[in-house]
Design a protein around this ligand. Structure first.
Ligand code: NOJ
Length: 541
């Protein structure tokens, strides 16, 4: 094989294990994970009861989506009290117990923090609505007078990510900004009171023992001075491809630096990961400069098609740009906001086969990986949810298909819905009856299942010295195919992935470790069928 690129990670000169540089972090969408009290909605005691499953799966940390007090206009991303648990999800004592039990299982806990906006039911926003224009209560949010002779036009042309104008008018005539739903008013981060409040909220959770934060809309808190017009309609199509006056403004980095200082003042390597949509991998890497956050989600990888050339391009660029700032690259295939990747990659048998191969590709890449609950079961997007169940504000406000289909509760066991999700008769979104073959119990009994593949891949990832943090060496490969070698501790692991339409023959020698489908490695050759990946222990020769 010929070597054609060598990419090596730079790393921070910090003390400690730097666990986050190659951690596998499992996203728990709390509402849909496990329901302890039979009300059809997942909760913290439910997560707690399933910790043995998560520890057995072999992940390092859990990211819990928001479980704070919320009217649930955006399923918890509209927070009314940042220091308490919504009764739907449990109590503060449950959160404490979950953190302690997770630690006892060797799992770290990352919680979501939602700093760009509060709920409209937050005490601050209620006070702002009750107070007059120009008051200190309104100064915590972004209130402006409207345009036009009677102020009846919004203050500028900004659009909500969920569709429609990003401004709503109060009866007294002033408008407030909400980049998401009207129930999610944006805070004004130029106000020192807002900064102080969030430092205090982070402190509250750090003192409770969390290991870090996933920062919601980490690219949104700073707005361009003077709130200038964008000058274009359909701004949602520009998200992640252009700098907008309300996203990815340079001033947002001051906030992240402040937070990093706070995290570093705690022991135990507490981390933060940015949910940031930036137009280029270079701009995304800014969020992970040494004095900012530890990681940023890699949506460029998530949105890449199942095709070797664009995948390689995004992998190389992600590793290079992360290395430039000394950060680990991160990899993610699915989350609670996007169509599940089994379906994105073609659905059915094809989608499943590709998702199996994608799991091996993703988990072999240098850096940290995210696993969205249910991807280890190969769950597809539920495309035919009955109308009356669809509740996502994104869909209700007309922007896109809605995110309910990737949030359907997990099937745990049994023959009928809700498949052990909870003790009650139903779950908040119905689980398809066809998922009886996809339950954790069914897949645990099947060595050929997706769950078995993830368990084995995660076990190898922990044990094999070449996996995790480090460098990657590309090998030459036919079109449609990716081949690279990871090397560390005197061991070399090869990863080959065929995204093309026919079986390819590659030169390779060594011992197969894990394959996503049927492959043959013998006589110095690897025969790799379409949509299949292999890990092997490389033997030179
Ligand atoms: C990103 C979250 O992942 C999404 O679910 C939410 O709707 C928006 N941020 C607004 O908070």
């Amino acid at each position: 094989m010929t070597q054609d690129t060598l990419l090596v990670h730079a790393s921070h000169p910090e003390e400690g294990t730097r666990w986050w540089r190659d951690a596998v972090i499992y996203q728990v969408y709390v509402r849909s994970f496990a329901d302890s009290d039979g009300d059809g909605v997942g909760d913290l005691p439910g997560v707690r009861s399933r910790l043995p499953y998560l520890a057995g799966l072999g992940v390092d940390a859990l990211w819990l989506t928001p479980f704070y007090v919320s009217p649930m206009a955006d399923f918890g991303y509209d927070v009314a009290d940042y220091r308490d648990v919504d009764p739907l999800f449990g109590t503060l004592a449950d959160a404490r117990g979950l953190i302690a039990d997770a630690h006892a299982h060797g799992l770290r806990i990352i919680v979501d923090v939602v700093p760009n906006h509060t709920s409209d039911r937050h005490a601050w926003f209620r006070a702002a609505v009750a107070a007059p224009a120009g008051s200190p209560e309104r100064a915590r949010y972004i209130f402006r007078d409207g345009r036009g002779p009677d102020g009846a036009e919004p203050p500028n042309d900004w659009e909500s990510v969920f569709g429609g104008p990003a401004w709503t008018r109060l009866p007294d005539g002033q408008w407030y900004l909400h980049l998401f739903a009207p129930e999610q008013p944006d805070l004004d981060w130029e106000n020192p009171e807002v900064r102080a409040e969030f430092a205090d909220i982070l402190t509250f959770w750090l003192d409770l023992g969390v290991d870090g934060f996933r920062v919601d809309v980490a690219h949104g808190m700073a707005k361009a001075p003077g709130l200038p017009d964008v000058g274009h309609p359909n701004q949602v199509e520009m998200l992640g491809t252009a700098v907008l006056p309300y996203f990815d403004q340079d001033a947002v980095h001051d906030i992240h630096r402040e937070w990093r200082r706070l995290l570093d003042s705690y022991g135990g390597e507490r981390i933060a990961v940015a949910e940031a949509w930036a137009p280029t991998p270079q701009r995304l890497a800014h969020y992970t400069r040494p004095d900012e956050l530890h990681q940023a989600f890699n949506f460029h990888y998530l949105t890449a098609p199942w095709d070797a050339a664009p995948l390689r391009e995004v992998i190389e660029e992600s590793i290079r740009t992360a290395a430039e700032v000394g950060a680990p690259a991160t990899w993610v295939l699915s989350n609670h906001d996007v169509k599940r990747h089994v379906t994105r990659y073609g659905g059915g048998e094809t989608g499943l086969r590709r998702a199996r191969a994608a799991a091996l590709l993703t988990l072999a890449l240098p850096g940290s990986s995210y696993v969205y609950q249910g991807e280890e079961l190969g769950l597809p997007e539920v495309l035919d949810l009955p109308e009356e169940f669809q509740q996502d504000p994104q869909r209700l406000r007309g922007e896109g298909a809605g995110r309910d289909g990737c949030r359907v509760p997990l099937p745990w066991e049994g023959e009928e819905p809700p498949f052990g999700f909870g003790a009650g008769p139903a779950s908040w979104l119905p689980i398809p009856t066809g998922w009886r073959d996809l339950t954790v119990a069914a897949q645990s009994a099947d060595p050929g299942s997706m769950l078995a593949l993830y368990r084995e891949a995660l076990r190898l990832r922990r044990e094999h010295p070449a996996l995790g943090d480090g460098g990657l060496r590309w090998e030459s490969a036919p079109p449609g195919t990716l081949v690279f070698v990871r090397e560390s501790g005197g061991r070399r692991l090869g990863c080959a992935v065929n995204t093309g339409g026919g079986t390819v023959r590659l030169p390779a020698r060594g011992t197969p470790l894990l394959a996503s489908g049927p492959v043959r490695l013998e006589g110095g050759h690897l025969d790799l069928p379409p949509d299949t990946a292999l890990w092997w222990d490389v033997e030179e020769g």
